[in-house]
Design a protein around this ligand. Structure first.
Ligand code: NI
Ligand code: MN
Length: 229
């Protein structure tokens, strides 16, 4: 079975049947809900960054340098990784584009959100934020990143086994819009994210589950918990 482990906020590790590890949006230092320290993360094969905000890049540069993980993100964020952070192992994608990596096909999806890149003093790496469709072990995981509800999500209908959706409101979709996203996408399972990390994004994930009802299976993970799919 493939595994998705939640580390608080929007950070997940996906582990495939053969032990390949994908780390998404590793905001650990400064994340009051994180269950691990950056140093606890020893093996990463792919580091996926949805957008450039500090609560998503997080400890990513340090982790990529230490583990040798391949950075996968938008062209601008990958350029920042290579030109400013000195990380060579990186693969640029852009919204709507995917690539057949050894682990599987990974595609970037649209997100409606801010595009600044934390640590970019020049401003030249500002990007379009995104999400990811990640195909591993014959299943498709959708990590939405930070986004508003988008009608484009309807295009994902029938493609997604496991959806990771923000429900925090304030900076992203709140529970009502996230439940509407579930109606559009029709995933088998949804795991809420990007909530309760800070006061403005306090939410009750059980209330979100009630709103989703029978439209999908809602799995609420505490940081450190793993869902098998
Ligand atoms: Ni953001
Ligand atoms: Mn965020």
């Amino acid at each position: 079975m493939s595994q998705a482990t939640f580390h608080g906020h929007s950070c997940f590790t996906l582990t495939t049947d053969d032990g390949t590890v994908l780390l998404i949006d590793p905001f650990l230092t400064g994340n009051p809900l994180a269950d691990v320290e950056p140093d606890d993360i020893k093996k990463v094969d792919y580091l996926l960054l949805t957008h450039g905000h500090g609560d998503h890049i997080g400890d990513g540069w340090e982790i990529a340098k230490r583990t040798g993980a391949m950075v996968v993100s938008t062209f601008e964020i990958v350029s920042f990784a290579q030109q400013v952070q000195g990380i060579e192992n990186a693969h640029p994608l852009h919204i709507g584009g995917g690539f057949n990596f050894p682990v599987g096909y990974i595609k970037m999806t649209p997100a409606l959100h801010g595009g600044a890149v934390e640590g970019d003093e020049s401003g030249q790496y500002t990007t379009v934020p995104g999400g990811f469709l990640i195909n591993v072990d014959g299943k498709t995981v959708y990590h939405a990143g930070d986004t508003a509800l988008l009608k484009d999500m309807e295009l994902l209908k029938g493609q997604v086994d496991l959806a990771l959706l923000p429900i925090g409101d304030n900076f992203t979709m709140g529970p009502d819009d996230a439940a509407r996203a579930v109606e559009m996408i029709e995933p088998d399972t949804v795991i809420p994210m990007h909530y309760n990390t800070f006061d403005p994004i306090k939410q009750d994930p059980k209330a979100f589950a009630d709103r989703v009802g029978k439209k999908a299976k809602v799995v609420v993970l505490e940081p450190g918990q793993t869902h098998e799919f």
